[in-house]
Design a protein around this ligand. Structure first.
Ligand SMILES: NC(=O)c1ccc[n+]([C@@H]2O[C@H](COP(=O)([O-])OP(=O)(O)OC[C@H]3O[C@@H](n4cnc5c(N)ncnc54)[C@H](OP(=O)(O)O)[C@@H]3O)[C@@H](O)[C@H]2O)c1
Length: 427
């Protein structure tokens, strides 16, 4: 049987899983592809590090040139992370005619188009199924199974760390700090969790999902990004009392044929399937004009789930090599798209306030709302501390522009402080 040689760049969580699965599933893979897939060389940073994996017959090096200059290597799997270094290496590898598979969402969200162009020029494949929602095969599903449908909305829980934190807060009454610590102890959060808890990791994944679902390129600056950093346990409890779970959602949707992409905490009704997605799991809900609502659920990270997505890319590239059809883009759908305007994206909102407990305060808040033509659905007042009350409101549907002005207006009032304002998802 002919051999396809693979180079692996990075042997951490995902890289180890890739080497392991290629070996464990060797026979099935060769019967599907008609080729024997062999990991020939692995590039790491630290050659001295002990590896808990069988590396018999694999060359270990810390020199990227061992991949670039090896004419026998057909495919390189980049699972080392970083943006600048990974970009530089992938460019060199593409120019050397290597097909690339990567799990690097930061890189693809930022430089995906540029790298896809370079892959085209070199007749190489560039696949990145594992970059969004780890083990859930969502990108190839959108490319293949939604090819003929018109996608209206893609929304979901695409960051396992924040979903774990929010689940622990909701189920175990933990504060944000306690839940983050627990996530770090269990390896669900990095020592520096900034990208996860500030919503940036989810935003990168929404950039890639938006490109696949709508064919539209958006940049990080085009996205309204709110994280869960410091989210108040009282808001989670209050939302629960109203029949909602707070989830960090990415939402990309067409509004009057313009695109709106946002990441932030959202009140999800308990009856909505995303509400039931617990712990570090991910789920993506794709709504098509023809098919309606579909949901894809599974592990968003982890050694073997992520490696499985990488392997599906390896098999896709190998089939392209066999059929001599390499050099086609992962996603061919591309069109011009304008950003939705702030006054056309509408949701009901949840607002919580710390209000000095004295007469006349509600009147001041009502005046701000009335001036901006917005109205409450309900108002609940409870004790905050000895001198302040906690006021929680849900509103009728209002535009992003309106909520921004309302929050500014309320924040300008004396003795009233906005704690949180979150979108509410409809049933
Ligand atoms: N972990 C997940 O569940 C998951 C899920 C989806 C996507 N991803 C993405 O997959 C990628 C890898 O993640 P990971 O969790 O596997 O990372 P990781 O455990 O930190 O492993 C990174 C690997 O890359 C190597 N490396 C780092 N810098 C290098 C350099 N300059 N030259 C050569 N090798 C270098 C490291 O070498 P040493 O071992 O010698 O230090 C290590 O083996 C990232 O882009 C991540 O966002 C991860």
């Amino acid at each position: 049987m002919q051999v396809v040689n693979i180079g692996v760049l990075g042997l951490g969580t995902v890289g180890s899983g890739v080497v392991r699965l290629l070996k464990d599933h060797e026979h099935k893979i060769s019967s599907i592809t008609g080729r024997k897939l062999v990991v020939k060389t692995v590039v790491v940073h630290n050659l001295e590090k002990k590896r808990d994996i069988d590396l018999t017959g694999i060359k270990m090096t810390d020199d990227i040139n061992e991949l670039i200059n090896d004419n026998e290597i057909n495919i390189v799997v980049e699972v080392m992370g970083t943006v600048a270094t990974a970009k530089k290496y992938i460019e060199l590898l593409l120019r050397a005619g290597k097909h690339i598979i990567t799990a690097n969402k930061d890189l693809i969200a930022t430089y995906g188009s540029e790298l896809a162009e370079l892959a085209d020029q070199n007749k190489c494949d560039l696949f990145y199924e594992a970059s969004v929602a780890g083990g859930i095969p969502i990108l190839r599903t959108i490319v293949n199974s939604f090819a003929a449908d018109r996608i209206i909305e893609v929304k979901g829980i695409v960051n396992g760390t924040t979903n774990y934190i929010l689940t622990k807060m909701s189920q175990n009454n933990m504060s944000f700090t306690e839940a983050l610590k627990s996530a770090q102890e269990l390896g669900f959060a990095e020592p520096d969790p900034t990208n996860d808890i500030e919503g940036i990791d989810a935003a990168y994944k929404m950039i890639i999902l938006t490109q696949f679902a709508f064919g539209i390129n958006v940049a990080l600056d085009d996205i309204e990004v709110k994280g869960i950093n410091g989210i108040d346990l009282e808001d989670i409890k209050q939302a629960k009392g109203l029949g909602y779970n707070i989830k960090l959602l990415g939402i990309a949707k067409l509004v009057n044929d313009r695109i709106s992409v946002a990441v932030g905490p959202v009140l999800v009704p308990e009856t909505q399937p995303l509400s039931a997605v617990q712990n570090e799991n991910n789920a993506v809900l794709v709504t098509g004009a023809a098919v309606g609502e579909t949901m894809f659920y599974g592990p968003g990270a982890g050694e073997l789930p992520t490696a499985n997505s990488v392997l599906s890319d390896i098999i896709a590239v190998t089939k392209d090599i066999v059929l001599e059809t390499t050099g086609n883009r992962f996603n061919d759908f591309s069109r011009e798209g304008k950003q939705a305007l702030p006054d056309e994206v509408k949701y009901p909102y949840y607002i919580s306030l710390k209000v000095r407990d004295r007469p006349g305060q509600m009147l001041k808040i009502t005046e701000v709302m009335t001036e901006l033509n917005a109205s409450f659905h309900l108002i609940i007042q409870s004790e905050y501390d000895d001198v302040n009350a906690r006021v929680v409101m849900t509103t009728h549907e209002m535009s992003e522009q309106q909520i921004k002005e309302i929050i500014e207006g309320i924040d300008n009032l004396e003795e009233i402080e906005v704690i949180a304002s979150y979108r509410i998802l409809s049933e």
